[in-house]
Design a binder for this molecule. Structure first.
Ligand SMILES: Cc1ncc(COP(=O)(O)O)c(C=O)c1O
Length: 392
């Protein structure tokens, strides 16, 4: 028998990949499941970007392998985007590396820096890819707590009191997924200080800064580039281009060169048309984000009503593509609640426990569905609640 490599033995199949299979089966059996689980933007990318992509696809000369470092035009566009929206100066030749989404950046950064046995600080709750990439690289996941009481920000004083000698890297992500905590410039500054003081590479994953958020922040906004800091960014959410796979990592030139070693041995560059289209996307004026956010605001109102129907408490200041709510004490089992909503109401929402134990008492609802679909989900949830009350 051919056995799976040890590095994958303690890594489960991604929760969504399993659950989407279940949803597909239900749909095949004739149910019309409303999937409010995943944060895959459903609106169209900027029209200029689509047109450039189509033209590029028709250009016979644009189909060869591309540079591992992305085109100079794309690196320049990222650098100008950072200057305009984050007031951060990035040298496009040395401090920016285009990626196929930020998720692959998580994996490349882990493979570039994490040695067997190195500890990596990972948020609980947080995006599951940080822990998975750490384990695949042979590192040891050391979760740090994020709690509602502390606005989902790390307690750096508590961390500082611990033995950090084996910690090589720390993942942070503001606006935070799944909680929607916005983060502050002051918190970012504290994190950079913490990393520098403890010789830790701080990796800030920043794909949500434009969603329902008027003041996009970069980890570099306060103090510029540091040898202790990296930032990932992405067009997946900000430009509705999740399937296109365009992202980037920014940081000190030495890190960009090191990450390139990992990357250039895995992929062979990104399709030229995608890169040219991404340049167009990055040129969008502020109105692009405003228009997008007006739609998300409308949707969020409906999701807030869903949260109310489900007796969840939630913070209306949260940002990003989801609404994160705490279930009431009456709910004994969140997994059961989520399955009941799936099987009895035909609506899929995400249980908070998949993001870590501090998410145990929470659920997350995505804003990536049309208003009509969300309204239908709201009606189904009202109905579901009535049935449950009548059965009680
Ligand atoms: C926190 C976080 N980081 C990264 C990603 C991946 O984004 P990308 O599409 O750029 O790979 C996601 C996607 O859901 C995310 O929630």
């Amino acid at each position: 028998m051919i056995t799976i490599a040890k590095r994958l033995q303690h890594i489960e199949e991604y929760y969504f990949s399993r659950k989407l299979g279940e949803i597909a089966q239900l749909n095949a059996a004739g149910y019309d499941i409303i999937n409010l689980g995943i944060g895959s933007p459903d609106m169209a990318p900027p029209q200029d970007a689509v047109e450039v992509l189509c033209a590029a696809a028709n250009n016979k000369k644009g189909h060869g392998y591309q540079s591992y470092k992305g085109t100079p035009a794309l690196r320049k566009a990222f650098s100008e985007w950072y200057a305009k929206y984050y007031t951060v100066a990035l040298d496009p030749d040395t401090e920016v590396l285009p990626l196929m989404g930020s998720k692959e950046g998580i994996s490349y950064i882990s493979n570039t820096y994490v040695n067997e046995g190195d500890e990596v600080l990972v948020p609980n709750p947080g995006y599951p890819a940080y822990a998975a990439a750490t384990r695949i690289a042979g590192g040891v996941v050391r979760y740090y707590d994020l709690t509602e009481e502390k606005d989902w920000l790390p307690d750096l004083e508590a961390l500082q009191d611990q033995d950090l000698s084996k910690v090589k890297l720390m993942w942070v992500n503001y606006p935070h997924m799944p909680t929607g905590a916005k983060g502050t410039a002051q918190a970012m500054d504290g994190l950079v200080n913490f990393a520098e003081r403890n010789n830790i590479l701080l990796c800030h994953d920043n794909p949500y800064s434009f969603i329902l958020n008027d003041t996009p922040l970069s980890i570099f906004s306060e103090r510029g580039i540091s040898e202790y800091v990296l930032e990932l960014n992405s067009l997946s959410k900000s430009h509705n281009m999740a399937g296109w796979r365009v992202g980037m990592v920014a940081g000190h030139r030495s890190h960009i060169n090191n990450i390139l070693i990992a990357k250039s041995n895995v992929d062979s560059g990104m399709f030229l048309g995608t890169q040219m289209a991404a340049v167009e996307a990055l040129k969008q004026p502020r109105e692009w984000y405003d228009t997008l956010n007006n739609v998300y605001k409308e949707r969020r109102d409906i999701v807030w009503q869903m949260m109310d129907e489900l007796n969840c408490t939630f913070n209306k200041e949260q940002v990003g593509l989801f609404v994160w709510g705490k279930v009431s004490d009456e709910v004994k089992d969140v997994a059961q609640l989520v399955d009941d909503i799936l099987y009895k109401a035909g609506v899929f929402i995400t249980p908070g426990f998949i993001f870590g134990s501090n998410g145990d008492r929470y659920i997350r609802i995505s804003l990536c569905s049309e208003t009509e679909r969300l309204s239908a989900a709201l009606e189904r949830i009202k109905e579901f609640k009535n049935i449950n009350i009548n059965q009680a």
